[in-house]
Design a protein around this ligand. Structure first.
Ligand code: GDP
Ligand code: MG
Length: 370
């Protein structure tokens, strides 16, 4: 925490430094004016002036960035792209997600029952793509407002019989703000009233210009309901993914984001996580948002129990002390005590923050008011 010298304390209390030194001496602390005071000494002096001190919780110590190591280029390997499907209501987002799931998800031995864990992985030519199940702009707004960036590529679904609508524009703006490349899926091509040229024309206004017209945006005509154009769309996603050079280091403690979480009567806190870096393993000590725990069990999008999850893999875990929030980030700590310590601090911070206006003021605030 921020240390305070005798002089500093005197200034904050608007007292003479010699007066503070005298008080310290009285307490058995021999100090010069430039000496750092420990928290106990500060508290003792303050209580003498009838000033209560609330210890400030240090944000730095719980900041994940502090515990994540830089990677050497040689440790990075290719990882699957994480894709979000966006677009105007009724333009076919859900139908497209279902269609990809049915045609491109290799069913598990258990009978092919896929789990809805907020995301799933599809496969094309042996290469994986991770699709977020959450409607696009939610994924962008709620996650981004919490600092999480999980999408690598945005699929903009535009119904060929309807064209660019308000939420289409909203989606474009979200993707652009996040600097995420956009692939346009011109949907409902099976309809007689489909007019893909109009869609392309309208989108030029937003700098989404097809290659044929001198631009660089990929347009894929599809019919989500008939499953047409899905292969081509997947191919284009893989192409863009390759250009983006998406990489991660699987040989380190996992880091990622909560996609979804809820309380299950039997299993306790259940969280769907997207592993973005490192490898998540059963037994890992993990801090997730304002909670923590140990990964007790892990299930993939096919409902299969797994004990390891590599970068870009969505998983569902149990073992957390409380239910985190979508958009919360998580980090694994090799030292269990460290995880607990950081988890508990974050929990406390959260309680203090959510007390809102009733929150006890911090040391600094307090002194400001004197
Ligand atoms: P969302 O609101 O973007 O998720 O749109 P939905 O996937 O719920 O689709 C809205 C409506 O459009 C539903 O009635 C779908 O059956 C229909 N729909 C979606 N894709 C297609 C398509 O490719 N062709 C046709 N004809 N209808 C479609
Ligand atoms: Mg939908």
């Amino acid at each position: 925490s921020e240390t305070l010298t005798v002089n500093g304390l005197a200034e904050k209390l608007h007292k003479d430094v010699s007066e503070i030194i005298k008080k310290l001496m009285f307490l058995g602390i021999m100090a010069t004016k430039n000496q750092d005071l420990d928290d106990d000494a500060v508290e003792l002096i303050c209580s003498d002036y009838n000033v209560t001190v609330e210890k400030e919780i240090i944000l730095e110590d719980t900041d994940f960035d502090k515990y994540r190591k830089e990677d050497d280029e040689q440790d990075l390997i290719e990882r699957p792209a994480v894709v979000t499907i966006m677009g105007h209501v009724d333009h076919g987002k859900t139908t497209l997600l279902d269609s990809i799931r049915h045609t491109k998800v290799t069913a598990g031995e258990a009978g092919g029952i896929t789990q809805h864990i907020g995301a799933y992985q599809a496969e094309n030519d042996g290469k994986k793509v991770t699709f977020l199940d959450t409607p696009g702009h939610e994924a962008f707004t709620s996650m981004r407002s919490r600092g999480a960036q999980i999408t690598d590529i945005a699929i903009l679904v535009v119904a060929a019989d309807d064209g660019v609508m308000p939420q289409t524009v909203e989606a474009i703006n979200h993707a652009k703000a996040a600097e995420v490349p956009i692939i346009v899926a011109v949907n409902k091509m099976d309809k007689e009233t489909a007019n893909p040229d109009r869609v392309m024309q309208e989108l030029t206004e937003y700098q989404l210009i097809p290659e044929d017209w001198g631009g660089s945006t990929i347009f894929v005509p599809i019919s989500a309901i008939k499953g047409e154009g899905i292969d081509e769309l997947l191919e284009m996603i893989l192409l863009v993914a390759e250009m983006e050079e998406l990489k991660a280091n699987p040989n380190k403690a996992a880091f990622g984001t909560v996609i979804d979480a809820q309380l299950d009567r039997g299993r306790g806190a259940v969280a769907s996580l997207l592993v973005q870096d490192g490898t998540l393993s059963v037994g890992d000590s993990i801090v997730v948002g304002n909670t923590f725990g140990r990964v007790r069990a892990m299930v993939n999008d096919l409902g299969q129990r797994i004990d390891k999850a590599e970068p870009s893999t969505p998983v569902e875990i149990t073992g957390l002390n409380a239910v985190p929030q979508a958009g919360d980030q998580f980090l694994v700590f090799t030292d269990e005590r460290k995880a607990r310590q950081i988890g508990e601090t974050r929990q406390q911070q959260h309680i203090v923050e959510s007390r809102g206006s009733q929150a006890k003021i911090s040391l600094d605030d307090l002194f400001e008011q004197i």
